[in-house]
Ligand binder design. Structure first.
Ligand SMILES: [Zn+2]
Length: 375
């Protein structure tokens, strides 16, 4: 995998880049829809790709538990298994493991019992890499310890030290040069820990660096603050990936501070409850306002859903409990995020990202507020 930094916006730290992988190029800043269980819920891979997505996030921990990486490998690897020919990044599962109850952690790794069945499971940095190599991810994530928010300083420091040591062990287990490996920066909300972690992870010279441990309930202002004192310590020449973020306003804030990639379940998860993203804010399609509405979900969108269906039709499908409603909303929400990222890249290309961001948010938040007052 190669990363080329094409330019930085003249008015802020926003960056335009190109990730080249054996399975195709990805323009950055990019957003990655989430396919935890080797599927983007309710949409076919063709629909996801047609909405503009060119890289997906799957979860190595979930796929290890079920169906198991041996089965995926025997089916020709993750790309063949899920019929997605474009790049895939796999999360190592650190985040998921640490949110389980009764997890035992020490320097060797973690042990826990599966929610169902109760068999003991052990994950170590070496095992996390072995799983991701078997799955055949284009980008593998190092195994890290993610502390919850807020975290006491000593706990955040211990987790940060462990995250650095585990990234080193991941690097030593990494044998396939066709697959990229990203390290993860932890350190909670503490500037000295974030800085030390960023510098020590950078020394490992991995393919890219992720900022983890955000979007865990700290809120947009704190996230922005942490990014502002973390990102300057990340190497210029590597892609920077903000994990698990977020809403359009969060993504704009992250891009402005120099983030190149992000992923989140929000567009697809919201879609399945009938929440549609539009240029003028979020729209809850089940509201009675839309019962007879003849407009497309987003009048500024040209996706399959908006070209062919009305708000009234989506309103009907969601009220009737028809799964096609979820599919149509998912197609649109992915397209909305992909269009946003394309607009962001265009703005950086023209050195006008700060103005673009202000205009977008003015329209998106103002109309959204007005609608929430009505609805
Ligand atoms: Zn649309």
């Amino acid at each position: 995998m190669q990363f080329e930094l094409l330019k930085t916006d003249a008015g802020c730290a926003a960056r335009l880049g190109l990730l080249s992988t054996p399975r195709g190029d990805v323009e950055t800043p990019t957003f990655m829809p989430v396919g935890t269980q080797a599927t983007v819920k309710s949409a076919t891979p063709e629909q996801v790709a047609e909405s503009g997505a060119r890289i997906l996030l799957a979860n190595a921990y979930h796929l290890h538990l079920r169906p198991g990486e041996e089965i995926v490998a025997a089916q020709g690897g993750l790309h063949r298994f899920m019929n997605w020919p474009h790049p895939i990044i796999t999360d190592s599962g650190g985040y998921q493991v640490f949110s389980l109850p009764n997890v035992q952690v020490d320097d060797a790794g973690v042990r826990f019992r599966m929610e169902k069945g109760g068999q003991p499971v052990e994950l170590t940095p070496e095992k996390a890499i072995a799983i991701q190599q078997k799955l055949g991810a284009d980008v593998m994530m190092a195994f890290d310890e993610c502390v919850s928010y807020p975290a006491p300083y000593e706990a955040a420091k211990t987790a940060m030290e462990r995250t650095v040591d585990w990234a080193r062990r991941c690097r030593e287990s990494w044998t396939n040069p066709e697959q990229a490996l990203f390290g993860i920066v932890q350190g909670s909300t503490y500037p000295d820990l974030r800085r030390e972690c960023a510098e020590r992870i950078a020394e490992l010279e991995l393919s890219g660096i992720a900022v983890g441990g955000l979007s865990v309930g700290e809120g947009l202002d704190t996230m922005r603050e942490v990014l502002a004192f973390t990102v300057p310590h990340l190497p210029e020449d590597r892609p920077r990936y903000l994990m698990g973020v977020g809403l359009p306003e969060d993504i704009l804030a992250a891009v402005e501070l120099g983030i190149d990639m992000s992923d989140c379940v929000i567009p697809t998860k919201y879609a399945r409850t009938g929440v549609i993203f539009t240029q003028v804010g979020r729209l809850r399609v089940m509201n009675n306002d839309y019962r007879k509405d003849r407009f497309p979900p987003d009048t500024a969108c040209r996706c399959y859903t908006c070209e062919n269906y009305t708000r009234a039709y989506l309103h009907h499908l969601f009220h009737a409990g028809e799964i096609f409603g979820q599919t149509l909303a998912t197609i649109h929400n992915i397209a909305f995020y992909m269009n946003l990222m394309a607009d962001i890249r265009q703005a950086i290309r023209g050195d006008r990202f700060p103005a673009f961001k202000a205009e977008f948010l003015e329209r998106y938040l103002r109309e959204g507020k007005k609608r929430r007052r009505v609805g």
